[in-house]
Design a protein around this ligand. Structure first.
Ligand SMILES: Cc1cc2nc3c(=O)[nH]c(=O)nc-3n(C[C@H](O)[C@H](O)[C@H](O)COP(=O)(O)OP(=O)(O)OC[C@H]3O[C@@H](n4cnc5c(N)ncnc54)[C@H](O)[C@@H]3O)c2cc1C
Length: 408
C-alpha cells in the first residue's frame, strides 16, 4: 500500500524549515521586496543556524543534497523512503517549506544554492569532502543563450595543474553572495556538447568579477548576477565528474544535475502555491464563502469551486515533485519525472498565485497581503532551470522516444 506520510526525520526537518519561514522570512518578506539589492541581514542568522546544524550532524539546508561521504552512516536510510538516504526528499521538503515563507529569501539561504545540488549529483566522494560545505551558485546561462544549454561558449583550458576559464555568465542566482560558483564551460569547442563540463570556482578566485546585478519582476531579495571570467585559474581537480570527453555519451553528465535541481524548483512552486491557497482561503472565509469537501463543486459558490480546482492542481504538482525526488534518492533514472514535476508545478505556481490575486480582488492586487508579491515571485519558477516549454519538450521526447535532433 502506498504510504504518503513523511518519515519522522523529514517531519522534524520540515517543521524546522517551516519555523524559519514563519518566524524569519515572512516578517522580512515585504521589506526586501521593496528594497531590491539590499543585503538581508537575516541571512547571517540563517548561516549560523545552518553551520550549527551541520556541525551537530543535521542537514537543514540540504546542502549536500543529503549525500553522505563514504563511511558516514545514515541510520534513517530505510525509515520510509525504502532503500536510500532520502537526501533529495529532505532538500525538497526544506525548499517547499522555506518557499512558503519567501522564495527570494529561500534562494538566498547560505549553503543551499542550486550549485550545491549540482555538486551533490555528480561530485566524487573526495570532492564532496572538499565542497560539501560550500555555498554554490549555478552558472549556465550566457549572453548568447538561455534554453539551449548545449550552446555554452565559456571555455576551460587545462594549463599544467590548473584550468583557465574565460567567458561571461548572466542571471546567476546568488552569484554575488555564494562562496563558490558551479560553472558550465567547454573543454574543447570542436567536440560539441560532449565537451561541456562543470567546474567549481571559488568566488574570490583571481580573474572572476561580479560585473552587475539585475533588477527583476519578483524574488527581489535574491541577487541575480552577471559574472565575468578572464583567465580565471582554478585547481585541476575542481572539475566535477570525469574530465574525459565521451562523444557517445553527449553531455549527459552535466545534464544529470537537472534531475536533482528540477524537483527542487518544482517544490519551490508548490511552497508558494500553498502560501497563496492558505491566504485565499482566509479571504474567502472572511467574505462568508464556504469551501466544502462534501458537496459537489458545481453546487458551491463559484469562488469555492475555483478554489477546489486550484487545490487539486496543487496536490498533483506536490505529488509529482515527491515522486521525482524519491526516484533520485533511490537511484532510479528520473529525467522524465523531474521535467514533469517542474512543468506541472511551474504552471500551477503561476496559475494559483495569479488566480488568488484575481479572486481576492482589490485586496489581492494591493499590498495589504503578500498575494500580489507571490504572483510576481512565482513566475521565475516556470522560467529558470528550464522553461515550461523546455520541460514539455523533454517530456515529449522521452514519451515519444525521439532524440533532440528529431524533436526540437
Ligand atoms: C531571476 C532569474 C534567475 C536565474 N538564475 C539562473 C541561474 O542561477 N543560473 C543560470 O544558469 N541561469 C539562470 N537564469 C537564466 C534562466 O535559466 C534562463 O532565463 C532560461 O533558461 C530561459 O532562457 P532565456 O531567458 O535565454 O530564454 P530563451 O531560451 O531565449 O527562450 C525564450 C522563450 O522561447 C521558448 N523556447 C526556447 N526554446 C524553445 C523550443 N525549443 N521550443 C519551444 N519554445 C522554446 C522559451 O520557453 C521561452 O518562452 C535565471 C534567470 C532569471 C530571470
Amino acid at each position: 500500500m502506498i504510504n504518503l506520510e513523511l518519515p519522522k526525520k523529514l517531519r522534524a526537518s520540515a517543521n524546522q524549515a517551516h519555523q524559519v519561514a514563519a518566524e524569519i522570512f515572512r516578517p522580512a518578506s515585504r521589506k526586501y521586496d521593496l528594497a531590491e539589492h539590499e543585503y538581508p541581514i537575516e541571512l547571517d542568522t540563517m548561516a549560523a543556524m545552518v553551520e550549527g546544524l551541520s556541525d551537530s550532524g543535521g542537514d537543514v539546508s540540504g546542502a549536500t543534497g543529503g549525500r553522505k561521504t563514504e563511511g558516514e552512516k545514515d541510520e534513517h536510510a530505510t525509515e520510509l523512503l525504502g532503500n536510500s538516504n532520502g537526501g533529495n526528499m529532505s532538500a525538497l521538503m526544506n525548499a517547499l517549506e522555506t518557499s512558503w515563507g519567501d522564495v527570494g529569501l529561500m534562494l538566498s539561504i547560505p549553503y543551499q544554492g542550486l550549485g550545491n545540488a549540482a555538486i551533490a549529483a555528480v561530485a566524487t566522494d573526495e570532492q564532496l569532502e572538499r565542497f560539501g560545505k560550500v555555498w554554490a551558485a549555478m552558472a549556465i546561462t550566457e549572453p548568447s543563450f538561455g534554453s539551449d544549454s548545449a550552446a555554452v561558449t565559456t571555455t576551460a583550458t587545462l594549463d599544467g595543474d590548473e584550468w583557465v576559464l574565460n567567458g561571461t555568465k548572466i542571471f546567476v542566482t546568488a552569484g554575488s553572495r555564494a562562496t563558490h560558483i558551479v560553472v558550465w564551460a567547454s573543454v574543447d569547442k570542436s567536440l560539441g556538447r560532449a565537451a561541456i563540463k562543470s567546474f567549481v570556482v571559488p568566488r574570490d578566485a583571481k580573474g572572476l568579477t561580479v560585473s552587475r546585478l539585475e533588477h527583476k519582476l519578483g524574488i527581489k531579495a535574491s541577487d541575480t548576477a552577471e559574472i565575468r571570467f578572464e583567465d580565471c585559474r582554478i585547481p585541476k581537480d575542481n572539475i566535477l565528474g570525469s574530465p574525459e570527453v565521451n562523444v557517445e555519451k553527449g553531455f549527459a553528465g552535466v545534464m544529470q544535475t537537472f534531475d536533482n535541481t528540477r524537483p527542487l524548483v518544482a517544490a519551490m512552486a508548490v511552497g508558494v502555491g500553498r502560501a497563496a491557497l492558505e491566504e485565499l482561503r482566509k479571504v474567502l472565509t472572511d467574505a462568508g464563502i464556504e469551501i466544502s469537501y462534501d458537496k459537489p463543486a458545481n453546487n458551491q459558490h463559484a469562488a469555492a469551486a475555483e478554489f477546489l480546482r486550484m487545490e487539486a492542481d496543487f496536490e498533483s504538482a506536490y505529488l509529482l515533485s515527491l515522486r521525482a525526488a524519491w526516484m533520485a534518492d533511490n537511484k532510479k533514472p528520473n529525467s522524465l519525472e523531474a521535467s514533469m514535476s517542474k512543468a506541472k508545478a511551474g504552471r500551477m505556481g503561476t496559475d494559483v498565485t495569479l488566480k488568488a490575486v484575481e479572486l481576492a480582488g482589490a485586496t489581492g492586487y494591493s499590498q495589504r497581503t503578500l498575494l500580489e508579491k507571490w504572483g510576481r515571485d512565482s513566475k521565475i519558477l516556470d522560467i529558470f532551470e528550464g522553461t515550461q516549454q523546455i520541460q514539455q519538450l523533454i517530456v515529449a521526447r522521452r514519451v515519444l522516444n525521439l532524440s533532440s535532433d528529431k524533436l526540437k
